[in-house]
Design a protein around this ligand. Structure first.
Ligand SMILES: Cc1cc2nc3c(=O)[nH]c(=O)nc-3n(C[C@H](O)[C@H](O)[C@H](O)COP(=O)(O)OP(=O)(O)OC[C@H]3O[C@@H](n4cnc5c(N)ncnc54)[C@H](O)[C@@H]3O)c2cc1C
Length: 393
């Protein structure tokens, strides 16, 4: 069986390794980037010595890795992928792991804003980030907020502009988001919420309320769009990502999709696209098994983390303000929120703490969510009750 994988990010790489480890001999990995696979999360969380390029350690012996080569077309009838160097690669099973692209801001002067997705983007940002400089981050999402923390650590004065009423509005409960903002403010970051930018030119931003902000560095961190151009041109069903069934199979039974580009029919959450590191790892590995014939549903509970200043955030499942929430506060400054649905079943949890003290509790919450547990709310809130004891509820 000939397997071709487009994209050597986290999802594509994990799929290639899983196929190879299962004994498959003919695995081609098309890496659109010239660099080998690396960890994107490290780009916005450099280590204390400033290093942000963290290659993924993996033995690719036996995998046909083609770096710097982009797939530009798929002939689904002939089962062939065409590349930008004119070559064609035949497949029996094809995995699209093409990731996502950062949204760009339309600005008066082209290239007056930077984005962060690749090592080259990170190089551009950190080279321009000189101590004493003025940085503006547009967008208070996870990546924007992590960047703000890193830039203030590098001794820049940092302003975050957010169109919405609060930070981290898409994925993080408001109580925790407010605590994170407070920590940023204590570190010297300024915020403008409900903010409308009317003009950006090199070195200057104008807001609708007539404020002007001078900046040496402007970074737009306003979300990503799934990279679906290859899939859409090939006629595969796309809607906020490449649509797949629960087995990660697209509308063509020989073609699968995984990671940031895939919009998956999840048995608990419905048709959803996840943009997280662990999802890319899990879907990549799952897609390999599915391509080898395993029939299962991708039902992993979504989970992500973020590090900002000395705070560590972890969220699993659905942690949304509209749900019934139970709060458990630790004596060490940690806080855990549990989210229950109308039937009292645990569907999400989120924790915030200095260091990584909430990791274990979030993991236990994940197990309870997967088991569809309906824990007693007073016991959930009681820190003298070990979470582990609620696993059977
Ligand atoms: C700065 C940053 C910080 C992050 N921090 C966190 C975090 O703290 N926690 C968390 O959970 N997640 C985090 N994420 C998200 C996480 O990194 C992504 O969800 C994950 O990397 C997605 O992996 P992927 O393989 O689906 O896509 P990608 O990593 O985007 O890989 C897709 C690859 O496909 C290639 N490609 C695209 N089209 C083609 C083509 N036609 N031919 C060949 N190759 C092609 C692309 O060049 C790319 O290399 C962060 C992301 C960024 C950018």
């Amino acid at each position: 069986m000939r397997y071709v994988i487009v994209g050597a990010g986290e999802a594509g790489l994990r799929a290639a390794l899983a196929l190879h480890q299962a004994g498959e001999q003919d695995v081609t990995l098309l890496n659109g980037e010239v660099l080998g696979s690396y960890e994107r999360p490290a780009l916005s969380k450099p280590s204390p010595d400033g290093l942000f390029h963290k290659p993924i350690a993996a033995d690719l012996t036996g995998i046909k890795l083609q770096s710097g080569k982009k797939a530009v077309g798929i002939d689904r009838g002939a089962k062939r992928v065409f590349c930008d160097d004119g070559s064609g690669v035949p497949y029996d099973k094809l995995l699209l792991a093409t990731g996502a692209n950062p949204r760009r801001l339309y600005t008066a002067e082209r290239d007056s804003t930077l984005e962060l997705r690749t090592v080259d983007d990170a190089k551009r940002i950190y080279e321009a980030a000189q101590p004493g400089g003025r940085a503006v981050v547009i967008g208070a999402g996870l990546i924007g907020m992590e960047l703000a923390a890193e830039l203030v650590r590098r001794e820049l004065s940092v302003t975050v502009l957010e169109a919405g009423p609060r930070a981290l509005g898409r994925a993080v409960p408001s109580i925790l988001a407010d605590m994170i903002v407070k920590r940023h403010v204590a570190a010297g970051v300024s915020f403008h919420f409900d903010c409308k930018i009317t003009r950006i030119s090199a070195g200057r931003l104008e807001l609708a309320d007539k404020t002007t902000i001078e900046a040496d560095l402007i970074i737009a961190s306003i979300g990503v769009d799934p990279e679906v151009s290859l899939a859409a041109t090939a006629g595969l069903e796309c809607a906020n990502g490449i649509v797949t069934n629960a087995n990660l199979q697209t509308s063509d039974e020989s073609i699968y999709a995984a990671g940031d580009c895939a919009c998956v029919d999840h048995p608990i959450y419905g048709l959803r696209r996840f943009e997280t590191w662990r999802n890319a790892v899990d879907q990549g590995t799952f897609a390999a098994k599915a391509m080898m014939g395993a029939e299962a549903s991708f039902d992993a509970i979504p989970w992500f983390w973020s590090d900002q200043h000395d705070l560590s955030l972890q969220v699993c499942g659905l942690a949304e303000d509209r749900l019934d929430a139970v709060c458990r506060e630790g004596t060490d400054g940690s806080i855990m929120l549990f989210y229950l649905d109308a039937e009292g079943r645990l569907v999400g949890a989120a924790g915030l703490a200095p260091g990584n003290t909430i990791g274990r509790d979030v993991r236990l919450a994940e197990i309870m969510i997967a088991a569809r547990s309906a824990p007693d709310k007073s016991l959930l809130a009681d820190t003298s009750v070990k979470l582990k004891s609620l696993l059977r509820s």
